[in-house]
Design a protein around this ligand. Structure first.
Ligand code: AMP
Length: 282
């Protein structure tokens, strides 16, 4: 497995192979778990070469404490990637991604997507995600890039980015991988105590409740209100939002829309760990 730290070496790796082989990129922030492995597996299935990037991108953290506490387990991550037969890993430093001697002037504004859900509750988050994903796609220049449905709104902004900037890459999404309890896997789960982990299961339980209600024909605003009430009743959970969205453009929904994929999305703090999750319907 090749390990790259700088722009030219990883770009050379792709450029040398690009005409004969398909290249897949799996962007991550490390602390790898089976959710990341599902993305890597999808890339390995579709492509001849899979590159995993590991970079904890400071510009997407609106909370400095969250950035400081973000788990970093590079050595173990590299061992795991070697074991699963990943072809190359790109681990840049902040100096490479945001050269301190060059002005960084650009910002990305995703319009209404910035105003709702993750955009609303994490100001500047999608600007940072957009910047780092644009940088990674331009550096590595893969044929395909893989993102998890766990970060459903992120997937929407990335598709928007690729479409508006005509970035020559195919974006593939991968379903959420969960623990047996239903808790969506996340690097942040490492920071939950056993009791908090137990509490966090409520998020998925409530998403399932909403899904069931939707299938039973219940009015959408009733469902979201009942779901919020359920979560607010648990003193271990500080709910940020529970909403229904139309999947293709992430418009918030107040009323049922038949024959269109919708999703219920939730974000909440359990202890001091912020968790997000969602379920798709239709
Ligand atoms: P992260 O390292 O948290 O930035 O995640 C890197 C990629 O893995 C993103 O595209 C996430 O959506 C995806 N991902 C994270 N957790 C999961 C999960 N439980 N199931 C599927 N994909 C995931």
């Amino acid at each position: 497995m090749k390990l790259f730290h700088d722009v030219s070496s990883v770009r050379n790796f792709t450029q040398k192979r690009k005409n004969e082989q398909k290249i897949g990129l799996v962007p991550t922030m490390g602390a790898l778990h089976p959710g990341h492995l599902a993305l890597l597996e999808a890339s390995q299935k579709d492509n001849d070469q899979t590159i995993c990037s590991i970079y904890v991108n400071p510009t997407q953290f609106n909370n400095p404490d969250d950035l400081k506490k973000y788990p970093r387990t590079l050595e173990g991550d590299l061992e795991l990637l070697e074991k699963i037969g990943c072809d190359a890993v790109f681990c840049p430093t902040d100096q490479i991604m945001y050269p301190p001697d060059q002005p960084q002037l650009l910002h990305l504004d995703f319009g209404y997507l910035n105003e709702i859900l993750e955009g609303q509750h994490r100001p500047g988050h999608f600007d940072g995600v957009g910047l780092v994903v644009t940088k990674l796609l331009n550096i590595v220049q893969p044929h395909r890039a893989y993102f998890g449905q766990k970060d459903l709104q992120q997937l929407t902004i990335i598709r928007q980015l690729v479409r508006e900037f005509f970035i020559p890459v195919e974006i593939t999404s991968v379903p959420i991988v969960r623990e047996a309890s239903g808790l969506a896997l996340s690097s942040r789960n490492q920071r939950l105590s056993p009791e908090e982990k137990e509490t966090a299961i409520q998020l998925y339980q409530t998403l399932l409740f909403a899904q069931k209600q939707y299938k039973a024909g219940t009015d959408l605003s009733t469902i979201t209100q009942q779901a919020r009430n359920r979560l607010n009743q648990d003193s271990g959970i500080q709910l940020e939002y529970f909403e229904a969205v139309r999947v293709h453009d992430f418009q918030l929904l107040e009323e049922r829309t038949e024959n269109q994929p919708i999703a219920f999305c939730v974000a909440a703090y359990v202890g001091d760990v912020r968790l997000i999750d969602n379920v798709l319907i239709n």
